[in-house]
Design a protein around this ligand. Structure first.
Ligand code: 13P
Length: 287
């Protein structure tokens, strides 16, 4: 069922668990995530960055693939198809392509401009029944060419954006895309608490879910995080399993070079990572 992320996140917020956003790159990724969410009876969000959308030949292809796959695989759990770190133009492209959820990342604009553009997108998405994520305080690291410094969000600016009526808010709290460096200071729960104080029951989004220690994930959920994004960890699992298959020479045994065989261990590895995260986030059996 392709749905907006609104209801699933409000339920997560109230039930003190988080829904995972897993980024997709191709058919194998999408299939692995959808099947695992169904198996675990968990709501799920498929994240698509602009780079990944381009790689898959365009947002129209992505939306058609996801809708058809939900149908062909008989997926009955709620699934949101969500643009990740969208530009202003990218948001309109995904709305047109049939995405059910949009993220407008205006964090690199001056706050007044972020507010104006987010306000406009709140109206557009609300009229169409789509969910909207906004961002304040950039997420550190690099994802598909989107580079952020990782500053902590200003709680007053978070309130300005939350008051516009967005569905969910990504506030930088020292989180970083990709692997965390050895000397990472950890999540700033002080910032998270201050943001929560200002935005009340607004579901909060934690980006950079790869490699955050379990106790920090649980604490973040207890403080209002209702959506956690994971991208790199599935890529690492896929690469690791594929490398092992090739290093063991399995691609040269029989028809081991058949892409359906070659990509199978990586696909299973993505499933294992998604399963682990769904358990940790507490969204199993919440569909
Ligand atoms: P990671 O790649 O660090 O898991 O972050 C994913 C993310 O935040 C997508 O927006």
């Amino acid at each position: 069922m392709l749905v907006s992320a609104k209801e699933m996140l409000q339920k997560a917020r109230e039930g003190k668990y988080a829904v995972g956003q897993f980024n997709i790159n191709n058919l194998e990724w999408t299939k692995a995530i959808l099947l695992t969410a169904e198996e675990m009876r968990s709501p799920v969000i498929l994240g698509v960055s602009e780079g990944a959308g381009k790689y898959m030949t365009g947002f129209g292809t992505v939306a058609a693939m996801v809708k058809a796959m939900i149908d062909e695989l008989n997926i009955t759990v709620p699934v949101a198809l969500h643009l990740d770190h969208g530009t202003y133009e990218g948001c309109y492209k995904c709305i047109k392509a049939g995405f059910s959820s949009i993220m407008f990342d205006g964090s690199h604009y001056p706050i007044e401009e972020n507010v104006e553009k987010t306000r406009e997108l709140v109206h557009v998405t609300e009229n169409l029944g789509l969910s909207l994520e906004a961002e304040v305080g950039s997420i550190g690291g690099e994802e598909d060419g989107v580079v952020g410094m990782g500053e902590c969000a200003d709680p007053d600016e978070c309130k300005m954006i939350a008051d516009l009526g967005v569905t969910m808010l990504a506030a930088g709290i020292g989180n970083i895309h990709g692997k965390y460096p050895e000397n990472w200071a950890g999540l700033s729960f002080e910032t998270l608490e201050a943001v929560k104080e200002k935005v009340g029951d607004m579901p909060l989004v934690l980006h950079g879910g790869t490699g955050i220690p379990e106790d920090m994930i649980k604490k973040a959920i207890s403080l209002g995080v209702a959506k956690i994004n994971v991208n790199t960890e599935c890529q690492l699992s896929f690469a690791d399993a594929t490398r092992k298959y090739i290093e063991a020479g399995k691609d040269q045994q029989g028809k081991g070079y058949d892409p359906r065989k070659l990509l199978a261990p990586g696909t299973e590895a993505i499933k294992a990572t998604v399963r682990e995260k769904i358990e940790l986030f507490g969204s199993a059996n919440k569909a």
